[in-house]
Design a protein around this ligand. Structure first.
Ligand code: UDX
Length: 452
């Protein structure tokens, strides 16, 4: 919404949320403390806030003023009840539709921005339609058009992706509303990048895009394990296969596994949908992408334990990176969380560093407060490392889990001198220079490196 406001100064954009604390943060004086860390976002907000971009808790009032409403609520995987563990919980979408139905005035274009299961537009349409026919007062008659316009931005590069997207997708059947939305995007995006489809294709394309992307990561991670057995190197294999234009070079970085709020959730959703329609083999096929990801995380934690003589008791390990990828403070489904949990269960003493993730976030995700004593940290517990330079002292091993820039050019010679011997580096992102690491006297393991 900030990028729309930035590109369309004549459009008034109001972002509403029930959460007063969050809205206060968006309106706060310190632009470095916005609720989301996203490179470049604070500059856009600084340019447009209180000009044509507003953050408010007055949901009902904003709905009644709006010509177009983007439903951008979260749709987490259901934890209980029918479809638990697979289906998306649409309660916030439903609640939004009810509010829109109640408070909107005149004709309103409702755009599904949240990632949703196929046929959600039908649910929204049913709710809006029922209020429509309820209206006795002809003057205040409401009408709605529903469009699907899923978001393809990736975190960490959100502003860049929004400014220059590969494509924008608009699904729907009301030509006038499609044109209205398309005209907004055309203010800064070439028309031929705006794809128009029917509403169901649009909804399904979002799930399919994420499933294909996640599948590539599971594919390369599966091959990285084989590389380690055979003497091949996964980065060389990725380069060799990625040079084939049909395969393409992107999204072939071996890793501790994909995280983030989308990939797992969307595949689970796809799997649920396939089973619902009796497509069991298709469902099983996609579910393997998740199984492989889970297996890959376990493989890494098990490997660390084995390399450290089968026991982490009394061992001090430094974790570099907790967010699910660099340039974000988002830790949802981060592989780091799963690997850290495994190491803690095996009684390691962990030091955890991340340039953007806070101690509070880590505490909440692990459901475990940090150890009180930095000097004598408990077994199976952790402490938050504020300053990277202070973190290396007397640790037995370092595990790189997120590819933050500050971890790319570390002085391994110096670090080696402060570690306890024999010392180890486990690089799950292949960002350290393995020759420098080995020369410094640290044992090296890199994902998919056959000569480990
Ligand atoms: C993803 C999609 O890319 C985006 O189009 C969609 O709108 C939302 O979901 P996001 O989750 O923000 O975006 O991040 P992405 O860059 O796709 O990375 C997801 C995960 O895959 C991260 O954990 C990342 O580290 C991992 N990854 C990515 C790899 O392990 N290897 C790669 O080569 C690329």
């Amino acid at each position: 919404m900030a990028v729309i406001a930035d590109n369309c100064p004549e459009i008034e954009v109001i972002v509403v949320d029930n959460n007063e604390e969050r809205i206060a943060e968006w309106n706060g004086p310190n632009l470095d403390k916005l609720p989301i860390y996203e490179p470049g976002l604070n500059e856009v907000v600084a340019r447009r806030r209180n000009k044509n971009l507003f953050f408010s808790t007055k949901v009902d009032e904003a709905i009644s003023k709006a010509d177009m409403i983007f439903i951008s609520v979260n749709t987490p995987t259901k934890k209980s009840g029918l479809g638990a563990g697979y289906a998306s919980d649409l309660k916030w979408v439903e609640a939004s539709a009810r509010k829109i139905a109640k408070f909107s005035k005149g004709h309103t274009i409702v755009v599904e921005k949240s990632t949703v299961p196929v046929k959600t537009a039908e649910l929204i349409g049913n709710i809006l339609g029922s209020y429509n026919s309820d209206s006795k007062d002809n003057l205040n008659k409401k009408s709605f058009s529903i469009l699907s316009s899923p978001e393809f931005l990736a975190e960490g590069t959100a502003i860049k992706d929004l400014e220059n997207p590969d494509r924008v997708l608009i699904g729907g059947d009301d030509a006038e509303s499609i044109e209205q939305l398309s005209l907004i995007y055309q203010r800064w995006i070439k028309k031929d990048k705006i794809l128009l489809t029917n509403i169901w294709s649009s909804e399904l394309s979002k799930l399919t895009a994420n499933a294909f992307l996640a599948q590539r990561i599971s594919s390369i991670n599966s091959i990285s394990a084989l590389c380690e057995m055979t003497g091949a190197e996964v980065d060389e294999v990725a380069l060799a296969i990625g040079s084939d234009k049909r395969i393409g070079e992107k999204f072939l970085d071996a890793s501790p596994g994909f995280g983030g709020s989308c990939f797992q959730k969307d595949i689970l959703n796809l799997v649920y949908l396939c089973r619902h329609f009796g497509l069991f083999t298709v469902a099983d096929y996609w579910e393997q992408v998740i199984f492989l990801n889970d297996w890959n995380r376990k493989r890494i934690s098990t490997l660390i334990i084995n390399k450290l003589f089968g026991s982490l008791s009394l061992k001090r390990i430094l974790i570099l990176g907790y967010s699910f990828k660099s340039n974000t403070n988002d830790i949802r489904e981060s592989s780091a969380k799963y690997i850290v949990k495994d190491l803690l269960e095996n009684n390691a003493k962990l030091f955890i560093h991340d340039p953007q993730v806070s101690k509070k976030q880590i505490e909440e995700s692990l459901n475990q407060e940090e150890s009180k004593e930095l000097s004598d940290i408990d077994e199976g517990n952790w402490v938050f490392c504020e300053n990277l330079a202070d973190c290396f002292n007397l640790v037995d091993a370092i595990v790189i889990l997120t590819e933050w820039d500050e971890y790319k050019n570390l002085d391994w010679e110096k670090i080696s001198n402060s570690m306890r011997k024999p010392s180890w580096l486990f690089d799950t992102r292949l960002i350290a220079d393995k020759v420098e690491v080995r020369d410094s006297g640290i044992n090296y393991w890199g994902i998919g490196q056959g000569l480990n």
